[in-house]
Design a protein around this ligand. Structure first.
Ligand SMILES: C[S@@+](CC[C@H](N)C(=O)[O-])C[C@H]1O[C@@H](n2cnc3c(N)ncnc32)[C@H](O)[C@@H]1O
Length: 355
């Protein structure tokens, strides 16, 4: 791994701030008013006070944005996101200052050099839930160990596409020496390739958190000698061809300027696929295969966009489709089902080769 990679981490405030210092003996309406006027509100007593303020803000905005379609709900989330980030907590010596707050290891790991700062409440919630995932790991049916995603790294929460890939790997009878995993994330596809007999994995990701975290993880799992990980765009500095290239790209086209980190795992800029295919041409061995995982999710959420893999196959003379599999995802659990936009979704596995 490249040395000196710096992880993406939530923005913090290290200077003095002006705003409302709030505790639960005060009227919560004052906190909401201050947030709506885009002033800072610093929670001064209990962690739960911050939770209450966020709940109240959410309730207020739900009434304001009552339309249920995907775009209105997205706008509501974006306003909530902006205002809720004005709600702050103080950190001293890598711990939250408020009482009855969770212990979050990331505060020390990600900010080793800063002892006192303010951080937004939603960012603390993000750090906290990421810490829980990281500590507990994620149990997947297809892997014998738990996946431990580093802060700010994409990890799978639905598994149908992993099953498609596992089934495909079981039937793959080509050479298994080297594979490239573009956008390696928390490494799940690479681990699947390893357990199906591949000897060397070259993983890249544009998100440094993925590379930092996965480097630690493969050492812990004693797979270090099988992985070569690099942070960079697409094929980064890899300059050779392999028999298998896998890419589980973002599935939605971006209508906003992309932020670093998870945003780039979910949304793609229009040039991502053309650039990938152009570079893949030189990185795929003569009889090699490209496996791409995709989904019709963009269509499901109302994006009017052509499937970028079909666009490549239709417009260029570089690759041909060798195999194609589709799977209807299992319905999400009742608990997580919002409005079930996903009921028409199908995950896809594409296998391409040189033309
Ligand atoms: C949908 S996630 C898939 C992660 C992992 N392969 C998996 O299947 O769970 C897409 C990944 O691609 C990475 N990514 C997005 N754009 C990239 C680019 N231009 N170059 C390299 N990696 C990229 C993201 O950071 C993210 O880790």
């Amino acid at each position: 791994m490249q040395q000196n990679l710096k992880p993406n981490r939530p923005k913090i405030i290290t200077t003095e701030i002006e705003g409302l210092v709030f505790n639960r003996r005060m009227n919560i309406a004052h906190a909401i008013e201050a947030l709506l006027s885009k002033e800072f509100v610093l929670v001064d007593d209990f962690y739960s006070t911050g939770l209450q303020i966020l709940e109240e803000l959410n309730f207020y905005l739900k009434q304001k944005f009552s339309k249920k379609d995907y775009n209105s709900q997205r706008e509501a989330r974006s306003v909530f996101r902006e205002l809720s980030h004005k709600l702050l907590l103080m950190v001293s010596d890598n711990r939250l200052e408020v009482r009855k707050s969770p212990k979050i290891g990331w505060l020390k790991i990600l900010y080793p050099e800063i002892s006192e700062f303010f951080i937004s409440f939603p960012d603390v919630q993000g750090l906290n839930s990421s810490w829980q995932w990281f500590q507990n790991g994620i149990k997947l049916d297809i892997l014998p160990f738990r996946l431990k995603p580093y802060f700010g790294t994409y990890f799978p929460t639905r598994f149908d596409h992993l099953e498609l890939f596992e089934n495909w790997l079981k039937t793959y009878n080509g050479t298994k020496k080297n594979a490239i995993d573009i956008g390696v994330g928390s490494g799940v596809l690479s681990f699947q390739m390893l357990q199906n007999g591949f000897q060397n994995i070259y993983g890249t990701d544009s998100n440094p958190n993925s590379i930092i975290g996965l480097t630690q993880e493969v050492e812990r799992l004693k797979f270090g000698n099988k992985f070569n990980l690099s942070c960079g765009d697409l094929f980064a500095s890899l300059d050779f061809a392999t028999e298998l290239i896998v890419f589980n790209p973002p599935w939605l086209i971006a209508n906003h300027e992309l932020e670093e980190g998870i945003d780039k795992a979910i949304y793609y800029e229009p040039d991502l696929f053309p650039r990938f295919f152009e570079q893949a041409k030189n990185h795929l061995a003569k009889d090699g295969k490209i496996v791409m995982i995709f989904s019709n999710f963009a269509k499901v959420v109302g994006q009017e966009v052509k499937n970028p893999i079909n666009v490549e196959l239709g417009n260029f003379n570089r690759f041909r489709r060798v195999e194609f599999f589709q799977k209807k995802p299992k319905p999400s659990s009742k608990k997580t089902r919002r409005k079930d936009w996903r009921q028409n979704e199908k995950v896809e596995l594409w296998v391409l080769s040189h033309k």
